[in-house]
Design a binder for this molecule. Structure first.
Ligand code: ADP
Length: 386
C-alpha cells in the first residue's frame, strides 16, 4: 500500500474539517478546521477559498503537498440514499447522484458537494466518497421501514437510513479486537455520544437497528437536537403558535436537546451547571440518560443477548458520570461498571466492567478520519489489483 497520505475532508455548509492521514500507520501529518465559510464579514467567501485557506494552513504547518505528494482525497458524505453505500470514486455521475439526494439531507449534503467540487478543482488525485449512512445499509426491512403509506415511502425514498455509520463500524470492529473475539460471533451495542448522538445494535458486524432515521434528528437527546418527539408535536406547534415548517425544523435541530432544556449544548458545561444544583441541568441530564436506557433496553430485546456495549465520541469517551448513570440500576440485566476502571483517563480502548461480568462495557475512542482514510486506500488498492 502507498505510504502517501490521504487528505480526509469533512465539509459542512460553513466549515471544512481536514486531516492528512497515512492510512497504514495512522500517522496524522496535519489537521485543522476552516470556519465561517460564506458568513458575512468572513475572509473565507466559499469552499474554493476554504481550500486555499487550508493549503495555507498546511504550508504554515510545514506541509507542502506538491512536495510530499498526496494519494487521494476521502470525503465524508452524510447521505448516500438507498443506492450509494460502498466507498465510491467520485466522477461527474456520482456527484450528480449525491446532488440528487439533497432533498433527503438538505442540511448536510450541500456542504459536502461544495467541498467535493472545490477539492476536485484543487487536487488532481482520485476523490472518494465515504457515506455516513453506508454501515446501516444492512438494516432489516422491519427496522428500516416507517409505518406510513407504502407508495409514498417508496416514491420518495422515505425510510430509516441511520448516520454516524463510519464511527459505529470502526468502534464495533475495535471493540471486537479489544475483547479478543471474532466480530462475526459478537452481539454489540455502540453508543456514539458527541454533539450528535446515535445508538446502534450490531449482530456479527452487521447493523440491525440504529436510533437515527430518515434524518439525523431522530433518536437520542443531542447537543441541540431533540431526538425522538411525538410527530404530533409539529401539528401542535403549527396550530397553536403558527410556526412554519422551517421554524419547527430549526427549533428541533438547533434549539432543542440539552441546549433547549438547560441552555447549554456542551456536555461539560451541562455537568458544571448540574454540580451547582441547577434543576434544569439536572433534568436535562436525566432525560439524556433515560433515552439512552430506553434504546439499550430495546436493542437488548432485538439482539436477544448482548456481549459488548461500547461508549464513544466526546461525551461517551470522556464522561465517567454519564457512563455510570447509564449502567445504574441495570445490573439485573448484566450491565455493571467498575467505578475505578470507569474513572481511568486514557486515549486507548479499555474495558470498564469488572472481570467476568456478563456484558463487557467498554470505552472505545472513535476515529472517523482514520476509518475514512483506510476505506479510501482500500478502494484504490482493490481497483489497482483488479
Ligand atoms: P462532534 O459530534 O462534533 O464530533 P465530539 O465527539 O467532539 O463532537 O463531542 C463533543 C461533546 O463531547 C461536547 O458536548 C463536549 O462537551 C463533550 N465532551 C468533550 N470532553 C468532555 C469531557 N471531558 N467531559 C464531558 N464531556 C466532554
Amino acid at each position: 500500500m502507498s505510504d502517501l497520505p490521504i487528505l480526509v475532508l469533512n465539509a459542512g455548509s460553513s466549515s471544512l474539517k481536514y486531516q492528512l492521514v497515512v492510512p497504514e500507520t495512522a500517522e496524522v501529518q496535519a489537521k485543522g478546521i476552516i470556519e465561517r465559510i460564506g458568513e458575512p464579514g468572513s475572509a473565507v467567501a466559499d469552499h474554493a477559498a476554504a481550500m486555499q485557506a487550508m493549503t495555507k494552513d498546511l504550508a504554515a504547518a510545514g506541509v507542502d503537498l506538491d512536495v510530499t505528494g498526496l494519494c487521494a482525497v476521502g470525503h465524508r458524505v452524510v447521505h448516500g440514499g438507498p443506492d450509494l453505500s460502498d466507498p465510491t470514486i467520485i466522477d461527474d455521475d456520482v456527484l450528480n447522484e449525491i446532488k440528487d439526494l439533497i432533498p433527503l439531507a438538505p442540511l448536510h449534503n450541500p456542504g459536502a458537494i461544495s467541498g467535493i467540487e472545490a477539492a476536485r478543482a484543487e487536487f488532481d488525485v482520485p476523490h472518494v466518497a465515504i457515506f455516513d449512512t453506508a454501515f446501516f445499509n444492512t438494516l432489516p426491512a422491519a427496522a428500516a421501514t416507517y409505518a406510513i403509506p407504502r407508495d409514498l415511502a417508496q416514491s420518495y425514498r422515505i425510510r430509516r437510513y441511520g448516520f454516524h455509520g463510519t464511527s459505529h463500524q470502526y468502534v464495533s470492529r475495535a471493540a471486537a479486537e479489544l475483547v479478543g473475539r471474532d466480530l462475526a460471533e459478537l452481539n454489540q451495542i455502540v453508543l456514539h455520544l458527541g454533539n450528535g448522538c446515535s445508538a446502534s445494535a450490531i449482530r456479527g458486524g452487521l447493523a440491525i437497528d440504529t436510533s437515527m432515521g430518515l434524518t439525523p434528528l431522530q433518536g437520542l437527546v443531542m447537543g441541540t437536537r431533540s431526538g425522538d418527539v411525538d410527530p404530533g408535536l409539529h401539528t401542535f406547534l403549527h396550530n397553536e403558535l403558527g410556526m412554519t415548517i422551517a421554524e419547527i425544523d430549526t427549533l428541533l435541530n438547533k434549539q432543542s436537546g440539552l441546549k433547549g432544556m438547560a441552555g447549554v449544548n456542551d456536555f461539560r458545561a451541562l455537568e458544571e451547571q448540574r454540580s451547582t444544583g441547577d434543576g434544569a441541568a439536572q433534568l436535562a441530564f436525566e432525560v439524556y440518560v433515560h433515552r439512552l436506557k430506553h434504546y439499550i433496553g430495546a436493542y437488548l430485546a432485538l439482539l436477544g443477548q448482548l456481549d459488548v456495549l461500547s461508549f464513544t465520541a466526546g461525551v461517551g469517551e470522556n464522561s465517567p458520570s454519564l457512563r455510570a448513570a447509564v449502567a445504574d440500576g441495570l445490573d439485573v440485566l448484566g450491565f455493571v461498571v467498575d467505578p475505578e476502571l470507569n474513572d481511568v483517563r486514557s486515549n486507548f480502548a479499555r474495558v470498564i466492567s469488572p472481570d467476568g461480568a456478563p456484558i463487557t462495557i467498554a470505552v472505545v475512542p472513535t476515529n472517523e478520519e482514520l476509518a475514512i482514510a483506510r476505506e479510501t486506500a482500500a478502494l484504490l488498492q482493490s481497483n489497482s489489483d483488479s
